[in-house]
Ligand binder design. Structure first.
Ligand code: DQA
Length: 146
């Protein structure tokens, strides 16, 4: 099984960015934790972060035919990007939406997601653990549907 982890804008600043909301783990910590779990499960995991919407769209295009599932924390693009939604639907790759924070307990503009209605599921509010739960959910989805 080959999976792709995508992180969107400002997530490269995890660890320093609003730690009271996003915690003290860096993106590198999160990616290493997920890589370790993927290795245990015999899964190949690629990680990609960008602050640019177009770069994320292109990375999704490259994943077509290459990966079976995408784990995505699109950051603020979650709430704004029809282009990311279209890329995910065009690629026709199942995806899980991830957030470190509980987006429903914050500003009202964070309650809307352009991605969630077509996602397998969403994990929001568990800090770095959201990523591990999303990996578990994706693996169980793919193993049960193949
Ligand atoms: C976030 C939540 C988004 O609303 C915000 O723009 C982010 C991070 C999260 O992981 O909690 O950049 O996706």
């Amino acid at each position: 099984m080959h999976l792709l982890l995508l992180n969107g804008p400002n997530l490269n600043l995890l660890g320093q960015r609003e730690p009271e909301i996003y915690g003290s783990m860096t993106l590198k910590d999160i990616e290493s934790q997920l890589q370790a779990k993927s290795i245990e499960e015999g899964i190949e995991l690629e990680c990609f972060q960008s602050n640019f919407e177009g770069a994320l769209v292109e990375r999704i295009h490259e994943a077509m035919g290459q990966v079976q599932g995408i784990l995505i924390n699109a950051g603020a693009f979650t709430h704004t990007s029809i282009a990311l939604r279209d890329a995910l639907l065009s690629a026709d790759i199942p995806y899980v939406e991830i957030h470190l924070s509980n987006t429903h307990s914050r500003e009202s503009f964070r309650r809307h997601s352009y991605l969630v209605d077509r996602a397998i599921g969403i994990v929001s509010g568990f800090g770095g653990v959201s990523y591990l739960l999303a990996l578990d959910g994706m693996v169980s989805h793919l193993r049960n549907s193949h």
